[in-house]
Write a protein that binds this ligand. Structure first.
Ligand SMILES: [Zn+2]
Length: 221
């Protein structure tokens, strides 16, 4: 019998209810560091990139590091449709984190990652859209084209925005580059932390973010 991930069934039921999605049969595999490097290398990532990764979602599969059960909820939100195969990694990671924060019920269920992304989602995007993370997640998880839906929502909040240009900036990653979750890792002999990777908020997305903040912010640039 395959050991299930931490609270896997409970999380799936909670996410399905909150985002109004059907996730079907979910496979969540617990792996060690070598196992993580192996599944990631099969998906095109290097060993170096696998370092510090605690959770990984590729297509329908979810992998979680044995020492990081707290990332299961995050990975299952990706699996429900909020992921970089469907929208910009920046938005996908920030929104996934924001949704996980709203859905968590105890400290074993979540640890914060992607601080910049989640800050933008919670402090800029969601207030301007007048939505909670779960509400936006429900719209995007069920959308055939989440980038378009989000571009339209942002444009409605800020009339005059070029929806097509914004949709392009919110587009998903190219194929073969799956979502993963990286924790902060303190490197031996170094003082810094390994930053969560975000493949660039595109120039226009940054502009859109600024636009969403409003004119008073623009003047300070
Ligand atoms: Zn993630």
């Amino acid at each position: 019998m395959i050991k299930k991930c931490h609270k896997q069934d409970e999380f799936v039921a909670r996410i399905e209810g909150a985002l109004n999605v059907r996730m079907g049969r979910v496979t969540c595999k617990i792996v060690d560091g070598d196992g993580m490097a192996e599944v990631m290398s099969k998906a095109g990532w290097s060993k170096n990139q696998a370092r510090g990764v605690v959770g990984f979602q590729v297509d329908d599969e979810v992998y979680v590091l044995d020492s990081a059960p707290w990332t299961v909820l995050h990975e299952l939100v990706h699996r429900a449709g909020i992921n970089a195969d469907r929208m910009s990694r920046w938005v996908a990671e920030g929104l996934t984190e924001a949704i996980a924060c709203e859905l968590k019920r105890s400290s074993d269920e979540h640890k914060a990652t992607y601080p910049q992304e989640v800050k933008w989602v919670r402090e800029t995007l969601l207030p301007r859209l007048g939505m909670s993370a779960v509400e936006l997640g429900r719209r995007l998880a069920n959308a055939p084209n989440p980038a378009r839906v989000l571009a339209e929502l942002m444009a409605a909040a800020k009339p005059g925005t070029d929806v097509s240009a914004l949709e392009y900036q919110l587009r998903p990653q190219a194929g073969g580059k799956p979502s993963f979750n990286r924790t902060y890792v303190t490197r031996l002999g170094g003082s810094g932390v390994d930053r969560a990777p975000s493949e660039g908020i595109g120039w226009l997305l940054m502009v859109a973010g600024v636009l969403l903040v409003g004119p008073s912010f623009l003047r300070r640039l």
